[in-house]
Design a protein around this ligand. Structure first.
Ligand code: BTN
Length: 256
């Protein structure tokens, strides 16, 4: 354990077993490994990831200093179907935490990306372990947030889309610790009452896409649609030239 990791563990002082690592392949993978040996919940925090995982098999850029990468190992009393609520609850918690530490308005881009100033600053990936009986054994909810701008900027493939919560200021340990503490507080307050989804009102009110024209792939074809809103099951409601479309998963693109 380095001086920095033990400092973080002490400062965080959270009511959940917390493991802080300098570098790991992926905090989600780390949680899945420890899930084999414990029935307890845990929080894993890493300063960098060598193989950070994003949605849809993508890589998640995870350099040291600019971002922080956290995963929760959770054993919720939810059905396998209900486990998707962990992601939407985490999106609300992340948006609120970002806003509370930065005073910048944070929006949710369906399904679970957080945007500040029209740039993606945070992504969430939840992975669930389902038993042979179809029951949820555990879930791993991982969140990566670009708090500060990376030295030398973002790589070419994401530089048009990615941004950081704070711009032009140096990475700060205090701010990073404040974010994790604030996120934990916000997340646990919604997670503890799942599957109740009262938090969906907040999710909807932070929608980046409502009232915008987006493109999306359906049945292998690119379509355009106008976003009418989001329902209580976190489905995206669109109006297209071929009628109403409801998306329950996937990704849409928007031009700013
Ligand atoms: C996305 O934007 O596609 C989701 C990104 C999720 C990244 C986080 S960082 C912490 C955790 N560990 C991972 O390997 N991925 C998630």
């Amino acid at each position: 354990m380095s001086e920095k990791t033990s400092f973080f563990e002490k400062q965080l002082n959270l009511p959940i077993k917390t493991i802080v690592l300098e570098n790991v392949d992926s905090t989600n993978n780390y949680c899945k490994k420890i899930a084999k040996a414990t029935a307890n919940d845990a929080l894993v925090v890493a300063f960098a990831q060598s193989n950070g995982k994003g949605r849809m098999g993508r890589n998640f850029y995870s350099p040291t200093d600019s971002g922080i990468y956290v995963s929760y190992l959770l054993h919720p009393a939810l059905s396998a179907e209900e486990s998707s609520k962990i992601t939407t609850a985490a999106a609300v918690a992340a948006a609120k935490a970002i806003e509370n530490i930065s005073s910048k308005k944070a929006y949710i881009k369906w399904v679970n990306d957080i945007y500040v100033d029209n740039k993606k600053v945070c992504g969430i990936l939840t992975e669930s372990a389902i038993s042979a009986k179809g029951e949820l054994e555990y879930a791993v909810m991982g969140l990566g947030v670009n708090l500060f701008a990376p030295l030398g900027g973002f790589p070419d493939d994401i530089k048009d889309k990615a941004g950081s919560v704070f711009k032009g200021i140096l990475p700060s340990t205090d701010t990073t610790i404040s974010f994790i503490k604030e996120f934990h507080k916000q997340f646990i307050s919604v997670y503890n009452i799942l599957p109740d989804n009262y938090y969906m009102e907040e999710y909807k009110s932070r929608s980046l896409l409502k009232g915008k024209t987006v493109t999306f792939i359906k049945d292998g074809k690119e379509n355009e649609g106008f976003v009418l809103g989001i329902d209580n099951e976190a489905r995206l409601l669109l109006s297209t030239e071929n009628g109403a479309v409801t998306l329950s998963a996937g990704e849409v693109s928007v031009k700013f």
